[in-house]
Write a protein that binds this ligand. Structure first.
Ligand code: NAD
Length: 330
């Protein structure tokens, strides 16, 4: 099938081309995000493939439907960027990649925890500058610390396993507790207890109307003084302004994020030659105890291969009229 593939970078193309050697679709790559301004590029394509920061609201979907699109293949697990009800009413089916190397995101979560705790960004800069003093670089043993995992699905479960490997006590909260997580040694509790008892809190739930700003000012106030928060899930889970206030007061001890509420305007592109216009994001970058990565938690060879293979398999199934096992519905 002819597929319009939006928001593609070199690493996407390399992995999609390699996987497509076995499926033989015609992939036409577009660098820009899919939005109202670019939706006309998809005219005549029965299949459109999109990524996390593409905008698939009712207007864009109507333009796609009018141009002949019948399938949207999301190259990601989350589907908060698409209006599923509008897609259904327009006769557009939607597939996603529900699971691809959960280890990629889980390991990046641990990388953020370790880098923040042991002050690695500052340590690297100091050594490069010939400054071998250790003041200000004191961390803590992860062993024996309590870590709260919010959301114990595919990724959260791997995070729990990694944390238990470090000897952490793990508290978890999820509306659907998993026996496998309990078997790993984690204890399910309420969000309030998890926040009050954890030294580190990490988010692994999807962004939905229910979870938007699940870590808001009230929730952050429940944290222990000096706690660390990690978000590798979706920016909208954390109220960034409330986090900045908590960082300024010292109540929040460290913040590691791979996702940001307003990331669509920034991430995946090179803005290094321009002025930063997002004052909230700019403020975040001033804290020595904040690490921001630009939505790269998924970025491993294994994950990119899995994303490419699952996306193309869904398109092949759609072409053959087979069931779409990775379909998402409103
Ligand atoms: P998943 O669907 O397997 O698991 C999500 C879990 O969250 C489920 O167990 C669900 O019951 C739970 N949950 C739902 N609402 C909750 C709430 N209010 N409180 C606590 N738990 C709740 O999803 P996954 O594959 O583990 O992915 C988790 C999230 O990670 C995705 O939604 C996506 O947004 C994000 N993600 C980020 C990256 C990245 O590169 N940064 C890559 C992949 C996925």
């Amino acid at each position: 099938m002819r597929v319009a593939v939006f928001s593609t970078r070199l690493y996407d193309r390399a992995h999609l081309d390699r996987a497509n050697a076995r499926t033989g679709h015609t992939l036409v790559y577009f660098d820009p995000h899919l939005d109202a301004a670019t939706s006309q590029l998809a005219r005549g394509f029965e299949v459109v493939s999109a990524f996390v920061n593409d905008r698939l609201d009712a207007g864009v979907l109507a333009a796609l439907a009018e141009g002949g699109t019948r399938l949207v293949a999301l190259r990601c697990a989350g589907f908060n960027q698409i209006d599923l009800a509008a897609a259904a009413s327009l006769g557009i089916r939607v597939v996603r990649v529900p699971a691809y190397s959960p280890y990629a995101v889980a390991e990046h979560t641990l990388a953020l925890i370790l880098a923040l705790n042991r002050h690695l960004p500052r340590a690297v800069i100091r050594v490069r500058d010939g400054n071998f003093a250790l003041d200000g670089l004191v961390g803590f043993d992860l062993h024996g610390k309590t870590v709260g995992v919010i959301g114990t699905g595919t990724i959260g479960r791997v995070v729990v396993r990694l944390l238990t490997g470090f000897g952490c006590r793990v508290l978890a909260c999820d509306p659907f507790p998993s026996d496998a997580v309990t078997a790993l040694g984690a204890t399910y509790t309420t969000l309030e207890t998890l926040l009050a008892e954890s030294r580190i809190v990490t988010l692994h739930c999807p962004l939905t109307p229910d979870t938007h700003h699940v870590l808001n000012a009230d929730a952050l106030a429940l944290l222990r003084q000096g706690s660390m928060v990690i978000n590798t899930s979706r920016g909208g889970l954390l109220d960034t302004r409330a986090a900045i206030a908590a960082l300024k007061s010292g109540h929040l001890g460290a913040l590691g994020i791979d996702v940001y509420e307003e990331e669509a305007a920034l991430f995946f592109d090179d803005w290094s030659g321009t002025v930063m216009r997002d004052d909230v994001f700019a403020r975040l970058l001033t804290f020595p105890n904040v690490i921001v990565t630009a939505h790269q938690a998924f970025l491993t060879t294994e994950a990119l291969t899995g994303i490419a293979e699952t996306t193309l398999a869904s398109i092949t199934a759609f072409a053959a009229g087979d069931p779409l096992v990775n379909e998402v519905r409103a």
